[in-house]
Design a protein around this ligand. Structure first.
Ligand SMILES: *Cc1c(COP(=O)(O)O)cnc(C)c1O
Length: 242
């Protein structure tokens, strides 16, 4: 087995153990492989190990990588699924709307409106998460928790988007308990949106939370989708990032 395939097994074992500790079924948490800065051959190796969902931060890099992977020998179904997990400037919405399956980082209604307007008619609705900032100042991406319900209710009504959940990138914390405390704040925002209800929330089921360093705490807090990069692909060299 390749190193990448082996790493995926190790990450899946961590996820299963975290689910067991949290008293949750192992199938309740999915794995997003974060392939930013790694090339199409790394994605392909992960796909050959059965991985189908990939997260990318840099839109141009991602669009080129998608084409490069498509040029490789066909992979068995189901098709790869591409998630945009990087910041989306409002002048960069079109390639996200045209090429991705998911966008996790919606934190302004204007961005959401543009994504909805620009989503091509031949594609299914774009799956979106609201990015929440539970621990940063005004310079950190994400909507403050107290504004999240209103934003979610507005985004949920856009015709070419499907609101799927909440995403967050809490700052690194020193230990498991401190990580859990931050992650529980994100979970509280998720619960508040469910409690508020409203049209367009039928598919709201995703808590995109946890990375290589803190996936156990995220699962403890209720994450349904952990985003793991270095744990699968190794350390990143940001010099390659576009
Ligand atoms: C890079 C990145 C990840 C993966 O981080 P690792 O620590 O390598 O697992 C997850 N989520 C987001 C938003 C990222 O930018």
């Amino acid at each position: 087995m390749t190193t990448i395939g082996n790493n995926i097994q190790l990450v899946r074992a961590r996820m299963a153990q975290a689910c067991e500790r949290a008293g949750r079924p192992p199938a309740s948490v999915a794995l997003l492989a974060v392939s930013k800065t790694f090339g199409p051959e790394a994605v392909y190796a992960a796909a050959q190990a059965g991985q189908r969902a990939f997260g990318e931060n840099y839109i141009q890099e991602a669009v080129e990588k998608m084409a490069a992977v498509r040029a490789l020998p066909p992979l068995p179904a189901p098709a790869l699924e591409w998630h945009c997990i990087g910041p989306i400037q409002s002048n960069k919405t079109r390639p996200v709307a045209e090429h991705f399956d998911w966008a996790h980082t919606v934190d302004r209604l204007k961005t959401a409106q543009r994504l909805s307007d620009q989503r091509p008619a031949h594609l299914p609705p774009l799956m979106v998460c609201i990015q929440v900032n539970v621990d940063g100042g005004a310079t950190k991406s994400g909507v403050p928790p107290e504004e999240a319900v209103a934003l979610a209710r507005a985004v949920a009504q856009l015709p070419r988007l499907r609101l799927r959940g909440v995403m967050s990138i809490p700052d690194p914390a020193p230990d498991f308990e401190a990580q859990c405390a931050l992650h529980r704040r994100v979970r509280a925002v998720f619960d508040a949106i469910v409690a508020a209800g409203g049209p367009g929330l039928e598919a709201f089921d995703t808590l995109s939370l946890g990375m290589t360093a803190d996936l156990e705490a995220a699962v403890q807090a209720g994450s349904t989708l952990v985003r793991v990069g270095s744990g699968i692909f190794g350390a990143r060299s940001y010099a390659q990032a576009g």
